[in-house]
Design a protein around this ligand. Sequence first.
Ligand code: AMP
Length: 191
Amino acid sequence: MLNIVLFGPPGAGKGTQAAKLLEKYQLIHLSTGDILRSELKARSKLGLEAQSYMDKGELVPNAVVIGMIEKQIDSHAGAKGFIFDGFPRTTAQAAALDRMLMKKNIAITAMLALEVEKEELIKRLLLRGKESCRADDQDRSIIENRIRVYHNQTVPVQDYYEAQHKYKGVQGMGSIEEIFDRLCKVIDPLV
Ligand code: AMP
């Protein structure tokens, strides 16, 4: 199996690159942000519980997202692999993911971290906010809070995978195709 953690700050291009990678390597895309947004759209209990956190750009509780991911993994038995996008976002989530995968005899192959400068992130997110109806992309202060939360709570996840020799940094500035080529150059030797 090929199990990739696609990592990077909000606006790094994880969703865009995940869409291209899952087509090339035939993987299942598991984006906790997308799952939470569809729960919210369906006005499910889980979605409504998550909304107050998402509206402020804060992280929803670990137990909620871990449960969601396990359900998705179990519903794709026989998959060639997964791309985890926007998850794990805390070291507690990373450790819970490892414990859960170990029980299923699955392992994370690598973490690919997209590196993008802060001003470029804000520019991309404000543009996405105009093009989509994501509330958390429309307000500069919510965007800045998401980037702050990323630095405070999510960046340590890099050290978690570095300690397992699975962390790989990838330059995330440039065209979509250029970035995709860089990702493929890292993934190909792992397949
Ligand atoms: P994203 O689409 O990945 O930018 O996520 C949008 C929002 O969903 C985040 O700002 C969080 O409120 C929530 N979220 C997504 N993934 C996670 C996660 N792994 N842990 C906690 N909250 C998350």
